[in-house]
Design a protein. Structure first.
Length: 356
C-alpha cells in the first residue's frame, strides 16, 4: 500500500491510499474555496449527561447533487471535485462541513445549567472507490482490504489528537437513511467525548460476571446457531437476540481486540468476503438496494480498552417491501424499541440470501 498526503485549496488534509507504488498524486486543487468553518459548539445536557454538538454551518452542505456534479468523483479536465486526481483507489479527506474540528472560534456561555466548550476533534470522509455507481457490497476483497487499511490508519492517527476520546468509522447508505451524497463513501468521527452508546455497553461489560461480556455474547450466539447468518474461521455475523431494528447484524472477530488498528492481516483478509456477502444478502431480501447504517464499535482512546471488543453493527430501517421502520413515539421519545421482525426470522431470511 502507498499512502500519500496532500492538501486541498482551503488547507484540509487529503490522503490517497493506493495499491500501486507508482500512482501519481501530484494533482493540485486549484479551486477558490470559502474559509473553513469554526468547530461546533458543544453543550452539555444535565438531564441525560450527554454532549450535544451545535454545528449550524452544516445546513449548507451539499445535498444530493446530480451525478455529473458529485464532489466525491475524481476531478476531470473540465470539473474540479474534492479529489484533485483523475482517478483513485481509496481516498480520505477532512470533511468540508465537519461536526468536530481543530479550527476553534469563540464560545459564549449558553446560560441555564448547560456547560459550553469547543467541539474539538476531526471529521473525515472515506471514499471507498472512484466508481460513482458502485457500492461496498460490490467491492473486491482486495479493495475492501485497502479500505480497512485506511480505517486502521485513521483510527491510529486520530486517536493521537489531543482531546479526542473515541474514533468512529461508519457508513450511511440510501436516501431513506438520510445520505446527502450517493457516491460510495463512509465517514470517520473523532469525538471529544466517549459516546453514550459506548458508555452503556462498557458499563454493562464492567458489571458482567464471568469473562468478557462481548466475548460471552459471541460464544452464546455461536453455540445457539439459530441467529448466525454467516461465519468463517475468524469472524461471525449474527442477528442479536434483542435486535432493535427489523434487519440487524453484528459482525465480531473471534479474537478480542480493541480497535481496527489492532486487527491482524489474516483477520482483515477474512472480514472482506464475509461482510460483503452479508451486504448482498440484505439487498437480496426484497430485490432492492437496502438502506443501512454500518457502524464500527471501537474502544475509547484512553479508558476501558480491556473491556471493549471491536465489532461492527449493521442495520436497516426497511422492514418489508415498500415499508420502513420509523422511530415514532416510543423509540424517539422514550428510547424504548419495538421490533416488527422476530430476530430468528430475520436471521433465517438473511441466511437464505448469503452467497458465501
Amino acid at each position: 500500500m502507498k499512502r500519500t498526503i496532500t492538501h486541498l485549496a482551503d488547507g484540509r488534509e487529503l490522503i490517497y491510499f493506493d495499491r500501486r507504488d507508482d500512482a501519481d498524486r501530484s494533482a493540485i486543487d486549484r479551486r477558490a474555496l470559502d474559509p473553513r468553518p469554526v468547530a461546533s459548539e458543544l453543550r452539555y445536557d444535565p438531564l441525560t449527561e450527554e454532549w450535544i454538538a451545535m454545528a449550524g454551518h452544516r445546513q449548507t452542505r451539499t445535498f444530493l447533487p446530480p451525478a455529473d456534479e458529485c464532489p466525491l468523483c475524481p476531478s476531470s479536465e473540465t470539473r474540479s471535485s474534492e479529489i484533485p486526481a483523475h482517478d483513485y483507489d481509496v481516498v480520505v479527506f477532512e470533511n468540508r462541513f465537519p461536526s468536530f474540528s481543530g479550527n476553534f472560534g469563540t464560545y459564549e456561555d449558553a446560560g441555564g445549567l448547560s456547560e459550553v466548550r469547543p467541539g474539538v476533534g476531526r471529521c473525515e470522509v472515506v471514499c471507498f472507490t472512484s466508481e460513482h455507481s458502485s457500492s461496498f457490497s460490490r467491492l473486491s476483497d482486495e479493495q475492501v482490504g485497502l479500505v480497512m487499511e485506511a480505517w486502521a490508519d485513521r483510527t491510529a492517527e486520530l486517536s493521537a489528537i489531543e482531546g479526542v476520546e473515541q474514533v468512529f468509522c461508519f457508513e450511511n447508505r440510501g436516501e431513506e437513511i438520510g445520505i446527502t451524497l450517493p457516491h460510495p463513501h463512509g465517514q470517520i468521527y473523532a469525538y471529544p467525548y466517549v459516546t453514550p452508546r459506548t458508555k452503556l455497553q462498557l458499563g454493562a461489560a464492567s458489571r458482567h460476571r464471568g469473562g468478557n461480556l462481548f466475548a460471552d455474547v459471541l460464544a452464546a450466539e455461536r453455540a445457539a446457531g439459530v441467529r448466525v447468518v454467516a461465519a468463517n474461521e475468524l469472524w461471525t455475523a449474527f442477528v442479536p437476540a434483542a435486535a432493535r431494528w427489523p434487519f440487524e447484524v453484528h459482525v465480531y472477530p473471534h479474537r478480542q481486540t480493541p480497535d481496527l488498528a489492532a486487527l491482524t492481516e489474516e483477520e482483515r483478509a477474512a472480514f472482506a468476503p464475509l461482510y460483503t456477502s452479508v451486504l448482498r444478502a440484505l439487498d437480496g431480501l426484497f430485490g432492492v438496494a437496502m438502506p443501512y447504517i454500518s457502524a464500527w464499535h471501537q474502544a475509547p482512546v484512553r479508558q476501558d480498552r480491556d473491556l471493549a471488543y471491536l465489532h461492527l453493527e449493521l442495520f436497516s430501517i426497511r422492514r418489508a417491501p415498500g415499508k420502513l421502520k420509523y422511530l415514532a413515539g416510543s423509540e424517539s421519545a422514550m428510547g424504548a424499541f419495538v421490533n416488527d421482525v422476530l430476530p430468528e426470522e430475520a436471521a433465517r431470511m438473511l441466511r437464505s440470501q448469503v452467497d458465501l
